[in-house]
Design a protein around this ligand. Structure first.
Ligand code: ZN
Length: 123
């Protein structure tokens, strides 16, 4: 199995629709750090799991310097962003989203194996 990791920094704004009072319901910004892990049992015709530039185009280029509420069809929590990114990138099985120093989330695809998760930790 082959594994790759792509890290991207995305500046953007969001506001959260929450069931409780929170400052996060007001529009504010983050410099999210989104890290995508992809796997493939065989390389493509170009000898890659995926072109890092294509991953950047699918994630960074769509989200960077954007109001995430206006471009994503869901409440843009870090958890929801992580799940969405995983679905947008072929071969992706883990996404981490660091919202700020000390605040990070991880989404792991349901078909990821323990070996996949261990490999991602080693990248
Ligand atoms: Zn926020």
């Amino acid at each position: 199995m082959y594994y790759i990791k792509k890290r991207m920094e995305i500046a953007g704004s969001h506001s959260l629709r929450l069931s409780y009072e929170s400052k996060c319901s007001r529009i504010h910004g983050h410099n999210w750090v989104i890290t995508v892990y992809c796997r493939a049992s065989e390389l493509n015709a170009d000898g890659m799991v995926a072109d890092f530039t294509h991953i950047k185009q699918r994630v960074h280029d769509r989200l960077d310097h954007a109001d995430l509420n206006s471009i994503l069809p869901f409440n843009p929590t870090a958890e929801n962003i992580a799940r969405w990114v995983c679905g947008e990138v072929p071969g992706c099985f883990i996404v981490t989203v660091r919202e700020s120093e000390g605040n990070s989330v991880m989404y792991v695809a349901s078909d990821a194996s323990a070996a996949d998760i261990a490999a991602a930790g080693a990248l």
